[in-house]
Design a protein around this ligand. Structure first.
Ligand code: AMP
Length: 539
């Protein structure tokens, strides 16, 4: 027997309409290249969203078209998120920190039609545009007075582009399963893979992560996403803040700048902010160097990488409590979130720290399990460690334009490439990775690309790269080399050899020589053994 309830579609448009009605005076404050403090409200932003939707329709955009953004966190990017998705197009957020070949691959694979770009990234696109096969034009995110000279084809200035359009727009009735946004991840080997979110998955993720034991967003919170809007929709906060009426503060290009972050927190009374550990390290360093305090700041959500205990302690001193979250691009992104159970607050400090450092408990809506090599589920005893697998309505079932089999879905579970334990209270802790990548400052480094570049050196027999702990970047690559018997290369020369062959920030800071690199039974380099061997190494 079916229930008798209404079946309204779960769409991002419903979030927009709700925020427009209920929270129109809630503020959005942004740092942009052309304004150190731009102030607006949800009401004003959604008026402009309507103007932008009319302007996009004027361009002749059709349902399902991919429209790209290459932009920092600010109010214009916010408007793009809503105007593109709610018009029935797909908002494709591109990570400008990728190197040009990857950006070209991603934009061509997605068949992006138009690109909205921050002035800072115009030179990047000027170099790439000859190879961008589907792009019809570029809209620069600024006003006419700050519009740069550019060789970009069909370049327009954003403010001029929307200026003459009415704010009234006839938003289409969308199927909740229609695609809303697209984000590529290079967190696995091979070319970056696209994750195509739907309106439904986005709304459910928003509801799941706004829950009290998770982000707990509300109209009393002032939220600052320091996680970029090109990293999985700024972990969902762009929707979550609108659905709960939280004031939004956007740091624009000043993401890693402790001074700007502290100023924004104090001027705007930020209470909750989200970012990778590197960002909070920059803030804490600034606070300690200058004696600045951040009284309104209560919760820092750390995700994308493990959080060092020293950072947690340093933030404790400023009465900011760090909450670890875990997730992936493939999971919209949140899967677990760390809130202590009431009795845990009474534990001795070091016992409590053990729980705080874990990746947290499941969020309602996601299911997870750990399995052994044979795929058999392991107990939640805090000891057994296995491959972490997830499923749920905001977990991807295939990568964009790829066969479902390429998404590693044994029995309908998504294999995360992380290895974890889960304790009897449901707290998951990441212990290792099966995927062969390194995460530095929240961005991926392909160990294989670094190894291949190193192997080009004539004095090397074999090279392997693993991630090792780093105080600032959480993880940095370490090059491990077997040299030819008759050769005696200097480590500085080997590292210099990589210059120009891979992105500069991918180059390891150190190289160590070994007699032999361990291999698995199938002849592959055993990264697990190497990581064990270098467990004590740290930058
Ligand atoms: P991405 O798709 O770029 O968001 O990266 C997702 C991956 O980042 C996960 O599969 C983990 O390997 C890593 N990651 C995310 N959050 C955490 C965390 N709290 N602790 C350790 N690793 C994490």
């Amino acid at each position: 027997m079916l229930g008798d309830m209404m079946g309204d579609s779960l769409t991002i448009t419903s979030i927009m309409n709700f925020a427009k009605q209920v929270f129109s005076s809630t503020e959005i404050v942004s740092v942009t290249a052309d304004n150190p403090r731009h102030r607006s409200t949800f009401g004003e932003a959604f008026e402009r969203t309507g103007q932008l939707a009319n302007a996009l329709a004027r361009l002749g955009c059709a349902e399902g078209d991919r429209i790209a953004t290459l932009a920092w966190n600010d109010y214009r990017h916010f408007e793009l998120y809503y105007a593109i998705s709610c018009s029935g197009y797909v908002c494709h957020t591109i990570n400008p920190r990728l190197f040009p070949e990857q950006i070209i691959y991603i934009a061509n694979h997605a068949e992006d039609q138009w690109v909205f770009v921050d002035p800072a990234f115009v030179p990047l696109l000027e170099q790439a545009q000859a190879q961008l096969t589907s792009v019809r034009g570029y809209i620069v995110l600024t006003d006419q007075s700050n519009m740069p000279e550019t060789s970009l084809a069909n370049a327009m200035c954003y403010e001029t582009f929307i200026a003459d359009e009415p704010s009234q727009f006839d938003w289409p009735e969308l199927d909740e399963n229609s695609a809303s946004s697209l984000c590529y991840t290079s967190g696995t080997t091979g070319n970056p893979k696209g994750v195509l979110y739907s309106h439904r998955s986005t709304v459910l993720h928003c509801m799941g992560t706004n829950a009290g034991d998770v982000l707990g967003l509300s109209s009393a919170e002032v939220v600052m996403p320091v996680v970029p809007m090109f990293h999985v929709n700024a972990w969902g906060t762009i929707y979550g803040a609108a659905a709960s009426g939280s004031k939004l503060v956007f740091p624009g290009p000043k993401m890693g700048d402790g001074e700007t972050l502290a100023a924004l927190i104090n001027e705007e009374q930020v209470s909750l902010a989200l970012g990778v550990p590197t960002v909070w390290l920059a803030l804490v360093n600034y606070l300690e160097e200058t004696g600045t305090t951040v009284k309104s700041f209560k919760k820092a959500v750390v995700g994308g990488a493990a959080c060092p205990l020293s950072l947690m302690k340093a933030m404790d001193k400023h009465e900011v409590s760090i909450h670890v979250g875990w997730g992936m691009t493939e999971m919209s992104p949140l899967g677990t979130y760390n809130t202590l159970l009431p009795w845990m607050h009474e534990l001795p400090e070091d016992e409590k720290d053990k729980y705080r450092l874990k990746a947290g408990r499941l969020i309602y809506g996601v299911d997870m399990r750990i399995v052994d090599e044979a795929g058999v589920a392991l107990p939640w005893d805090g000891e057994a460690s296995g491959r972490l697998q997830v499923r749920g309505p905001w977990v991807c079932k295939a990568y964009y334009k790829m066969e479902a089999s390429e998404a590693h879905l044994p029995d309908g579970w998504f294999d995360t490439g992380d290895v974890a334990t889960i304790d009897p209270y449901g707290y998951m802790a990441i212990t290792d990775r099966t995927k062969d990548v390194i995460k530095s400052g929240g961005e991926w480094i392909s160990s294989i690309d670094v190894e291949n570049a190193a192997m080009g050196h004539p004095d090397i027999v074999e090279a392997a790269v693993i991630g090792v702990p780093h105080p600032k970047w959480t993880e940095r690559p370490l090059l491990i080399v077997v040299k030819k018997p008759d050769a005696n290369p200097k480590k500085e020369d080997l590292l210099k050899f990589l210059d120009g062959k891979i992105a500069r920030w991918w180059i390891p800071e150190d190289c160590v020589f070994v007699e032999e690199i361990p291999h698995t039974a199938t002849g592959k380099v055993s990264k697990k053994d190497l990581r064990d061997q270098f467990r004590e190494y740290s930058y």
